[in-house]
Design a protein around this ligand. Structure first.
Ligand code: CA2
Length: 148
């Protein structure tokens, strides 16, 4: 059974506590449950994580790269939060590991402030998902299933 990494970046631990008009009212624990169901449907194991630290995300992408090289990783769903718009380090980590990665955003970043329109992740990602709310996580896992 292959594993799916679902990695969440800064402030996503606050999901469901504020800005429900942008991010909905479900918590990150609810998102984990949703991802567990999606992974079970497709025969994947789930490894679900959140950090507020950029370097930790880099380390997790390296870990994903080692698992992919070993043939035990289906891919990564990454919501890098605000690091999406700032992090050359995340771009380099994705490129450097060659992992199958889906960039995910709960909101439609292109319908929001101009500073959210640019992503350092997109050029290194296999696919981009934005604006489907938290259901996008399940859609991204289904997308990974179709890439196996
Ligand atoms: O739409 C997304 O998923 C984002 O990646 C979320 C990031 C934002 O910086 C990106 O531009 C788009 C922010 C995550 C913060 O989430 C919060 C949730 C509730 C309350 C406060 C923050």
């Amino acid at each position: 059974m292959k594993t799916v990494f679902v990695l969440n970046g800064p402030n996503l631990n606050l999901l469901g506590t504020r800005e429900p008009q942008v991010y909905g009212s479900q918590t990150l624990a609810d998102v984990q449950t949703l991802c567990e169901r999606a992974c079970a449907t497709h025969g994947f194991a789930l490894d679900f994580r959140q950090t507020n630290t950029e370097g930790t995300l880099v380390d997790w992408l390296h870990e994903a790269g080692r698992l992919q090289a070993a043939g035990t990783l289906a891919g990564v769903v990454l919501n890098a939060g605000a690091y999406t718009h700032t992090s050359v380090a995340l771009h380099d980590a994705i490129k450097g590991t060659g992992i199958t990665l889906i960039e995910l955003h709960i909101s439609n970043v292109h319908a929001r402030e101009a500073f959210r329109h640019h992503s350092y992740i997109s050029p290194a990602a296999k696919a981009v998902m934005a604006g489907f709310g938290v259901n996008g996580y399940a859609l991204a896992i289904t997308g990974l299933a179709g890439m196996q």
